[in-house]
Design a protein around this ligand. Structure first.
Ligand code: ZN
Ligand code: FE
Ligand code: FE
Length: 195
């Protein structure tokens, strides 16, 4: 007869998943930092790498606080997000576009973690595991701050810089093509260039 699972067991499963996710990130973030062109972006990723290492240790404290053995269980979700980040880093694009794409990939990871920690904090509180809840909340706050930092870098210049070259392909095409009726699939060739 299969035993019914409890919320405590589900909590421990989520902890194991998140522990593995953080460990995967400690390996992925150095590659992402190396791929960054903007020194501010590289620094932001490196400093979050340092935080991530501390988050791994903090999760070990969480396991201990609920008398559970420290153990990871492969996290498919973050593996997929990291795989997509690696694909993005292979793309042949200009530097600001590469940084914009890197930020997009990193923010996916942060949001995934924010979802995980949000649940963990809520479940820990609901079960009266207050020490665990406090530790998990600390990490949740760090993930949110990391996400906001990435946002401010994107919106503080990187997106704008990337956007400057955003329609270069189209412009080149338009210059080559004779402008005649039906010569282009873009009928709005008279619209102002976006630069
Ligand atoms: Zn419990
Ligand atoms: Fe993390
Ligand atoms: Fe994070």
């Amino acid at each position: 007869m299969a035993e019914m699972g409890t919320l405590h067991e589900a909590f421990v499963e989520e902890l194991r998943d998140t522990y593995d996710a953080e460990k995967q990130l400690t390996k992925a973030l150095p590659k992402m930092a190396k791929a960054a062109n903007s020194p501010e972006l590289r620094e932001a990723i490196e400093s979050h790498l340092e935080e991530t290492r501390q988050q791994v240790e903090r999760l070990e404290q969480v396991f201990a606080s609920v008398d559970e053995k420290v153990r990871g269980k492969h996290c498919d979700g973050i593996a997929g997000i990291i795989q997509e980040a690696q694909a993005v880093m292979q793309e042949d694009v200009d530097e600001p576009t590469a940084d914009a794409c890197l930020i997009a990939a990193a923010q996916r990871a942060e949001h995934y973690e924010m979802a995980a920690y949000g649940t963990l904090v809520a479940w820990a509180r609901a079960m009266g595991h207050d020490e665990a809840a406090d530790l998990l909340q600390e990490t949740l706050d760090e993930e949110k701050a990391a996400d906001e930092k990435l946002n401010s870098l994107a919106e503080g210049g990187i997106n704008e810089e990337a956007a400057q070259g955003a329609h270069q392909d189209e412009d080149e095409e338009e210059e080559e093509e004779p402008v005649g009726a039906g010569s282009s699939k873009r009928s709005s060739s008279s619209s102002p260039r976006r630069r």
